[in-house]
Design a protein around this ligand. Structure first.
Ligand SMILES: O=P(O)(O)O[C@H]1O[C@H](CO)[C@@H](O)[C@H]1O
Ligand SMILES: O=c1cc[nH]c(=O)[nH]1
Length: 292
């Protein structure tokens, strides 16, 4: 074990001893963590808690830690995008696995259980708005994972087949595929929960094939993504964080699952008439499954 202290420019602590962006101290973190994109969704989750012991905010990162039916849970907002996932996951892991006094990695590493409750747009006609979908795997059109070593877990056969099928323009990115934690996939399984491969992109408009005033590089991108099938599995939905979450969780040794409230159906051109209600149902579903 390397006991050289991590330098002040790498492990950045605030004056009160909290970690740089999240403003949290190690004791503030529960071993079960729910991540949401929208800071307002944090209170939507924690309003179900019996008690809240931590309430901290900085930038887009809002955190509540409390108890739900006796189980200690942290709920934290990541904001939008895998660039924020890099910050949140490195800092959550530091809180769990680095001794802030000695600035060294702990001998015994803690494995966090991380559940994303997010919103997403389906690209398959048969996945209606207001349904739930668990991401069995994520294909990342962002490039976050390529900045790290030890990525032997990437499912390169799938990404190579995808690149070939879509004639992917390499100027966009080098797509990478990471699978979900299988025990969490089983925990959140039910007839209500659809499953599929989630595509994570670097934007909401052009990168997800949305056209307002701007021309797209490839008008057929979503169709090509939607027609890709690999060993019976298809890409079902688009959002902006899951590939980073799955990749960072695998690199750091944590368990992660991404649960999607489907608010848009891009193939049918529809959007939910009750987005808040659908997200609320997914929150209740998640909290119940965590404590069943
Ligand atoms: O609702 P959240 O969790 O933010 O997730 C989705 O919504 C945002 C875009 O509207 C992106 O972050 C996307 O991944
Ligand atoms: O279509 C959608 C809906 C929610 N979030 C996304 O990223 N895309």
């Amino acid at each position: 074990m390397n006991k050289t202290p991590i330098r002040e420019s790498e492990l950045i602590l605030n004056e009160d001893g909290s970690i740089y962006h999240l403003n949290l101290k190690p004791d503030d973190l529960a071993s079960t963590v729910i991540t949401v994109g929208d800071p307002d969704r944090v209170a939507q989750v924690s309003k179900h808690f019996d008690s809240i012991e931590v309430n901290v905010s900085k930038r887009e990162f809002k955190t509540h830690t409390g108890r739900f039916r006796g189980k200690r849970i942290t709920v934290i907002s990541t904001g939008i995008g895998t660039d924020n996932i890099d910050i949140v996951f490195n800092e959550l892991d530091a809180l769990a696995n680095i001794d802030f006094e000695s600035r060294t990695i702990r001998e015994k590493l803690q494995k966090l259980t991380i559940i994303r409750i997010g919103t997403s747009g389906a690209i398959q006609k048969d996945i209606p708005v207001d349904s739930f979908l668990a991401s069995e795997a994520a294909i990342g059109f962002d490039n976050l994972l390529h900045f790290y070593g030890n990525t032997g877990f990437l499912e390169t056969d799938l990404s190579e087949a995808f690149i070939k099928h879509t004639h992917w323009n390499p100027k966009k990115s080098d797509p990478y595929v990471v699978s979900a934690d299988s025990s969490l996939l089983a925990l959140f399984n039910s007839v209500e929960m659809k499953k599929g491969i989630t595509a994570t992109n670097v934007g909401f408009y052009g990168p997800q094939g949305r056209k307002l005033r701007l021309d797209l590089e490839d008008d057929d991108l979503n169709k090509k993504i939607g027609s890709f099938v690999y060993t019976g599995n298809r890409i079902t939905n688009l959002e902006m964080e899951t590939s980073g979450i799955y990749g960072m969780a695998k690199l750091l040794g944590h368990k992660a699952i991404s649960l999607n409230a489907i608010l848009a159906n891009r193939a049918n051109g529809t959007f939910s008439k009750q987005p808040q209600k659908t997200v609320e149902r997914l929150i209740e579903y998640t909290l119940n499954k965590l404590t069943e």
